[in-house]
Design a binder for this molecule. Structure first.
Ligand code: BGP
Length: 469
């Protein structure tokens, strides 16, 4: 059974849906020069083939979209603030009033329907200037710019937003230093020393956000956000078990520091053995003690690990990858589907921290087909999406029965949007279909998919009715 106040809803990120990439004084973000996501080279300036420049035109259509979310009964809506709408270059002295006003209106619109905004402060959209002039999070100055930015938005929205996330999938910087950390230095040239120093700067900045936020409003709930991908041993061979543990440590370190306030011993060992000397002041150590109120994470899939070099092949996956699991099927994009892994990871994080958890991303990317329904209206019969979500919701319920404290669930891409990894629109996650295609055609019209009505019923029944429609 789900608790009475369970926060059901959906999630998006500014850069994947807003479009309007230069409207009202917005500066460029790193996404404006990533037309192919992680699959292609970045460009010097924005190019027409970058679907994110227009997104799904959420910037102009958010009222209609929030009304549809309200119709489904959303209690929470996760989105991000595009940092470059507030500080167009990132290092500006004063914020951009027009950008601040946009989010005022957006959050007011949510509140009008009793929808609680859940706001990511930095979701793969570092201002481009911070990447080009400072090399992103490698540079400690980013901490100062981030502090200035979060102070402005915490003050501005202190009566409108209660739930905050500091950095989206903070651990993904290990795989995608440019998209995740705004690091301009090409990955192959980046040393481990630079990479982990950047990680440290982000962890300290995140702890600063917790401290600053609580000073501005004691009722704020501020969480970290981790890309979670449980790692199973490929076989019961103890060497595989340890390989899985070590791979998992790489990601767990981020949650450990956020939830406990210090680096775990296994991380210090990794630094020692790899010649990494983190430049860490005593002030940093103090600041890290500002631990998060809750731990949030994305969950799409699990992977395996092995110590056997021959079997150590990397499958497709959400930014981080791993050895495919022979027991699981995969989505059209090769992401292996593992609902039970969600119960597993919820228990794992709860046992480790005893802090409330929040599933802030989960969903199925699929190439939906828009058809004409019985009554003549256009729709999508996305039973595959309904099945995917149902199985994950059931496993969350199991975890709650296990004693896990779970605050809520926001499915990823509750309205179709541009994919982060491949920058395509063909990979759809939404309950709402958006008429926009990869070739840049389409009217941006919105259509309710079958899953729209299904999720409405799930929320109405507080998770009790998840059966087929
Ligand atoms: C996560 C990101 C999201 C999102 C999602 C789905 O990694 O936080 O921004 O896009 O994955 O990934 P994709 O869009 O690549 O299918």
């Amino acid at each position: 059974m789900f608790p009475d106040h369970f926060l059901w809803g959906g999630a998006v990120a500014a850069n994947q849906c807003e479009g309007a990439y230069l409207a009202d004084g917005k500066g460029l973000s790193i996404q404006d020069v990533l037309p192919h996501g992680l699959r292609g080279p970045r460009t010097k300036t924005p190019t027409e083939d970058n679907l994110k420049l227009e997104g799904i035109d959420f910037y102009h259509r958010y009222r209609e979209d929030i009304r549809l979310f309200a119709e489904m009964g959303f209690r929470v809506f996760r989105t991000s603030i595009a940092w470059s709408r507030i500080f167009p270059n990132g290092d500006d002295a004063e914020p951009n009033e027009a950008g601040l006003r946009f989010y005022d209106d957006l959050f007011d619109e949510c509140r009008k329907y009793g929808i609680e905004p859940l706001v990511t402060l930095s979701h793969y959209e570092t201002p481009l200037h911070l990447a080009e002039a400072y090399d992103g999070w490698v540079n400690p100055k980013l901490t100062e710019f981030y502090k200035r930015y979060v102070t402005v938005v915490f003050n501005r929205y202190k009566d409108k937003v209660k739930y905050w996330l500091t950095f989206n999938e903070i651990n993904s910087i290990l795989e995608s230093p440019f998209m995740s950390g705004g690091i301009h230095t090409p990955k192959e040239k980046l040393t481990l020393q630079q990479l982990y120093q950047a990680v440290h700067h982000e962890l300290v900045a995140s702890a600063w956000a917790v401290k600053i936020g609580h000073e501005i409003n004691r009722d704020f709930k501020i969480g970290c956000m981790i890309l979670s991908m449980p790692v199973y041993p490929l076989t019961p061979d103890p060497s595989d078990v340890l390989a899985a543990m070590e791979q998992e440590h790489k990601n767990m370190m981020f949650a450990d520091v956020h939830a406990r306030g210090y680096y775990p011993g296994y991380a210090l060992r990794f630094f020692r053995e790899n010649g990494i000397r983190i430049d860490m002041s005593s002030e940093d150590e103090e600041i890290l003690k500002n631990t998060v109120d809750f731990v949030s994470f994305s969950y799409y899939m699990s992977v395996c690990a092995t110590a056997d070099a021959e079997k150590n092949v990397r499958g497709e996956g959400n930014l981080l990858g791993g050895v495919p699991n022979p027991y699981l099927k995969a989505s059209e994009w090769g992401w292996q589907i593992d609902p039970k892994g969600l119960r597993y990871v919820l228990n794992q994080l709860w046992d480790r921290y005893q802090k409330p958890l929040f599933v802030v991303e989960n969903g199925l990317g699929a190439a939906d087909e828009l058809i004409c329904g019985a009554d003549g209206t256009k729709t999508v019969n996305d039973d595959y999406r309904i099945d995917y979500l149902r199985e994950h919701i059931r496993q969350m319920e199991e975890a709650i029965a296990d004693g896990v404290e779970l605050l809520g669930y926001t499915t990823w891409g509750c309205i179709d949007l541009v994919s982060a990894s491949s920058a395509e629109l063909r990979k759809r996650y939404g309950f709402i279909y958006v008429d926009r295609r990869d070739d840049g055609t389409g009217t941006f019209a919105r259509y309710k998919k079958k899953s729209f009505y299904w999720y409405k019923r799930v929320i109405e029944s507080n998770g009790a009715e998840t059966g087929p429609l």
